[in-house]
Structures are given as structure tokens and as C-alpha cells.
Design a protein around this ligand. Structure first.
Ligand SMILES: Cc1ncc(C[n+]2csc(CCOP(=O)(O)OP(=O)(O)O)c2C)c(N)n1
Ligand code: SF4
Length: 268
């Protein structure tokens, strides 16, 4: 029997606003399947987002959802988790949302190791507002705000998360839809702050400007440039140039923030 997604969707909010060929629908599908695999009840889950095309996702999903202000997905998620630690809290946003205006929230959530799962949809661009460059836009790539090419150095979201103290960090792509589902489930099961960076093509805001071809070509680009984490470890910097590692990149166990806080103030 075909998988029934309708249980998790707000059918009244569909059709969605994403462009044809946008990678975000694939992420939503994997997210639904991973959440379903946790066996959690819908009421036990909270999804928060900021503003942007990525951040439209909770609007389509039938959980407790908070569509907040730009960059504030993790700030709201932190408040929810502290108020009710029993909830499974998921925060999501685009690369701009999480690493530009929300960058401070991102690094401090990593540092605290609060039990939230964070998904960063990395399409290398500000999609919703018309293709301005973001902290992940590759050097020399074109954007509406960089018509001669981007002069800035690129953030590596996964490395940023590891450096800031996140205890589970992974990366995947929309090409790897099936492994993505498993990786999302692993992140949801991890106790502590988990981050999954998901490479997703934005044909409208990034692909067109950078002559990446059709949405299908953009997905093939992900396939060709993604290197499994184990293999990437053995490759030199030169061999990895222009490529990126996928899979679980970092996993350690440290005290979780809400539990550690309660113990500190004598609540436990
Ligand atoms: C305080 C504030 N500043 C700027 C904006 C405009 N804005 C809305 S979405 C967005 C960019 C979103 O880009 P990203 O997070 O990468 O998500 P995408 O749309 O690519 O999924 C910006 C700058 C806003 N809504 N609020
Ligand atoms: S602008 Fe880009 S990110 Fe936004 S819906 Fe269109 S393809 Fe997706």
C-alpha cells in the first residue's frame, strides 16, 4: 500500500508556494517519514521555523507549529523545550535564517547542547527574498547582490556546528532522499543538540544565476559532489575541493542543557 502522508499534512494549506523543482518538497517527505518512524504522537512534536521558503514547511505539517520571525526559530524552540522538556522539538530554517540573522542563536544552541533537532536547508542563497547571497554562497558565485561574483568566504554549516559544540552533526542532500530519512531519524533520536545540514537546490534564486541547468541537473550535481564521510576522511584537501562530506560527521555525548540546568539549581 502506498505510504499515507495525509495524516501529517494540513491539506487546506496545499498547494504549497515552493517553485517547481525546489528541493524542499523532498525534505518534507523525508521528515514526515522519519517522524513517523519515531512512533511519537503528533501532539508530542513541536516544529518551529523563522521566515523564508524553508521556513514555510511547518505551515504544511499538522503538528504543534510556530512560524516565528526571521532567524528566531531556535530562540522559540529553546523556550518551548525549557518550558516543556517532554516535547520533541524540531527547529528548521534556511542557511540565511540560521547562519546570518539567526547565527547567534545557532552557535549558542550548539554550545548549550539543548535537546533540540535543528535542520538547516542549505540552498546557498536567500530564496524567498530574491536570491541575495547568504553566508553559505560559494566564493565567486553570482547572486542578485553579487552580480560580479561573491567576494565573501563561505561558512561550512556542519563545521560551524561542530566547532560551536553540537553533539550530533550530519549532512545530506535531496538526491539522497532515502538515506536522508534515516539520518533525520538518527538526529531525532540523539539526546542533545543535533544538526542536519540538508543541501537543497534552489533553481529559481541560485541555479538560474549560476547556470546550473535544470532542477534535475542540480540534483545530479549533489550526487556527483557528495562524498561519504568515511571516504572524505581519507581524501586530501585538494581532492575534496568543491566537494562535501555527507553522513554523520560528528557524534559525542555530553550533558543535556535542561537536565544539567535543573540539577544545577537543585530541581532534580
Ligand atoms: C528582520 C527581517 N529581516 C529580513 C527579512 C527578509 N527576509 C525574509 S526571508 C529572507 C531570506 C531567507 O533566506 P534563507 O533563510 O536562506 O531561506 P530560503 O528562503 O532560501 O529557504 C529574508 C532576508 C525579514 N523577513 N525579517
Ligand atoms: S525561491 Fe528557491 S528556495 Fe524558494 S521556493 Fe523557489 S526554488 Fe525553493
Amino acid at each position: 500500500m502506498a505510504y499515507d502522508y495525509s495524516k501529517y499534512l494540513r491539506s487546506g494549506k496545499i498547494p504549497h508556494i515552493w517553485c517547481p523543482g525546489c528541493g524542499y518538497g523532498i525534505i518534507m517527505k523525508s521528515l514526515i517519514r522519519a517522524i513517523d518512524a519515531t512512533g511519537l504522537d503528533k501532539d508530542e512534536i513541536v516544529l518551529t521555523s523563522g521566515i523564508g521558503c524553508a521556513s514555510r514547511l511547518p505551515g504544511y505539517m499538522d503538528f504543534n507549529t510556530l512560524h516565528t520571525t526571521h532567524g528566531r526559530s531556535l530562540a522559540f524552540a529553546t523556550g518551548v523545550k525549557v518550558a516543556n522538556p517532554k516535547l520533541k522539538v524540531i527547529a528548521l530554517g534556511g542557511d540565511g535564517d540560521m547562519t546570518a540573522i539567526g547565527g547567534n542563536h545557532f552557535i549558542h544552541a550548539c554550545r548549550r547542547n539543548i535537546d533540540i533537532t535543528c535542520f538547516v536547508f542549505n540552498n546557498y542563497i536567500y530564496g524567498m527574498t530574491g536570491g541575495q547571497y547568504s553566508p553559505t554562497t560559494p566564493k565567486n558565485a553570482k547572486a542578485t547582490t553579487a552580480p560580479y561574483g561573491n567576494a565573501d568566504n563561505q561558512f561550512d554549516i556542519a563545521q560551524l556546528a561542530i566547532g560551536a559544540g553540537a553533539t550530533f552533526v550530519a549532512r545530506t542532500t535531496t538526491y539522497h532522499a532515502v538515506p536522508m530519512e534515516k539520518l533525520i531519524k538518527q538526529a531525532l533520536d540523539h539526546k542533545g543538540f543535533s544538526v542536519v545540514e540538508i543541501m537543497a537546490g534552489c533553481p529559481t534564486g541560485y541555479g538560474r544565476k549560476n547556470k546550473q541547468g535544470s532542477p534535475a541537473n542540480m540534483i545530479l550535481w549533489q550526487k556527483e559532489n557528495a562524498v561519504p564521510a568515511n571516504k572524505a576522511k581519507e581524501m586530501s584537501e585538494e581532492e575534496m575541493a568543491g566537494k562535501f562530506a555527507i553522513g554523520v560527521l560528528h557524534e559525542v555525548h555530553k550533558p543535556e542543557y535542561v537536565e544539567a540546568y535543573d540539577a544545577q539549581v537543585g530541581l532534580k
